[in-house]
Design a protein around this ligand. Structure first.
Ligand SMILES: NC(=O)c1ccc[n+]([C@@H]2O[C@H](COP(=O)([O-])OP(=O)(O)OC[C@H]3O[C@@H](n4cnc5c(N)ncnc54)[C@H](OP(=O)(O)O)[C@@H]3O)[C@@H](O)[C@H]2O)c1
Length: 291
């Protein structure tokens, strides 16, 4: 008889595209380990084909014991043993890591970078060879499998490699494919967006507390209101303005609050926030790609 766990595993495999490839994660920090967990939970590849790499042995040993993956302090060894390399170190560390692994990178490797602002052309030239490079901009919600990731494909990425990259990020949330030039706008919207929404949640909690609710109760209500509203927009497929109109009774509470928000320019503020963060991302990207 097939046990329940096995059945669930098979369902996960069917839902995602089974890739069955060896994967090295260079920099198994917050994002690297989130991706690793997503890959494992979606059963994209067997755990013994995954190698977590970083600089602190104790951290790697803990990850290895918890998730039954290989670990190595030796980046070159990790790259040599893999078909897919996830570049998950900080942008400022990436040039050093690329020069370390350059000789171990083969033509058939698929490299996937999550480093913010580091262009495909920069990685290509650091490696000094024509190799498949995918650049991504995930966000922190990938750590709870609700990420929003945009992918851009370099010119040597095959269709199959595109599908593999999409499967990896679909294991931790939603994926869109964009031209590389649009990744700054993605950074301004979904990359930095969690910070804006945390401010909204914090302010709603304070609003509840101001009106006499306990902080615990206000937190629970504020968090669930944001989560539930997002879920409803996503699942209904309706424009947010239609949903807003549906909860706005003539002469009621919501329309009065909306007037207050409009008079302080809430929508303009958020549009400007995305635009400002996009411009900052463009600036940072120029600095990083010059280094
Ligand atoms: N956090 C986000 O919201 C977010 C969103 C989008 C993109 N990103 C991108 O994700 C990347 C990682 O960010 P993070 O927040 O996950 O950072 P993090 O938690 O600091 O992870 C970085 C990892 O790199 C490892 N590392 C440092 N130097 C190394 C070296 N020389 N060789 C190999 N590994 C090395 C660190 O190892 P130890 O743990 O052993 O020190 C750590 O595991 C960044 O490029 C960032 O731009 C992050």
């Amino acid at each position: 008889m097939v046990n329940k766990q096995q059945e669930q595993g098979e369902q996960e495999q069917e839902r995602h595209h089974y890739i069955d490839r060896s994967i090295a994660i260079l920099g198994a920090g917050n994002m690297g380990s989130a991706l690793m967990k997503g890959i494992i939970n979606a059963r994209l590849t067997p755990t013994d084909k995954i190698t977590a790499s970083g600089v602190h042995l104790d951290k790697l040993q803990r990850l290895s014991a918890q998730w039954n993956v290989n670990h190595s302090l030796n980046l070159v060894e990790a790259v040599e043993a893999s078909e897919i390399v996830l570049l998950c170190v900080k942008p400022q560390t990436l040039p050093k890591v690329l020069s370390q692994v350059q000789k171990a990178v083969r033509k058939d490797h698929l490299l996937i970078s999550i480093a913010a602002g580091v262009k495909i052309a920069f990685i290509q030239s650091a490696l000094g060879q024509q190799v498949a490079i995918v650049r991504s901009m995930p966000n922190i919600a990938s750590t709870v499998d609700e990420g929003a990731t945009a992918l851009s494909f370099g010119e040597f990425v095959s269709e199959e490699q595109q599908r593999i990259a999409i499967s990896i990020f679909e294991a931790v949330g939603e994926v869109v494919v964009v031209a590389e030039e649009q990744l700054d706008a993605v950074t301004g919207l979904s990359g930095s967006g969690p910070a804006y929404i945390y401010m909204v949640i914090e302010a709603l909690i304070d609003g509840g507390v101001k009106m006499g609710l306990s902080r615990d109760i206000a937190s629970k209500l504020a968090i669930q209101t944001v989560l539930g509203s997002a879920k409803l927009v996503k699942e209904s497929g309706l424009h947010p303005a239609i949903l807003r109109d549906q909860v706005t009774t003539p002469g009621g509470t919501a329309i009065n609050a909306i007037h207050e928000l409009e008079s302080h320019g809430l929508r303009s503020m958020l549009i400007n926030a995305v635009a400002t963060a996009t411009r900052r991302s463009e600036e940072l990207s120029k600095v990083i790609s010059r280094s």
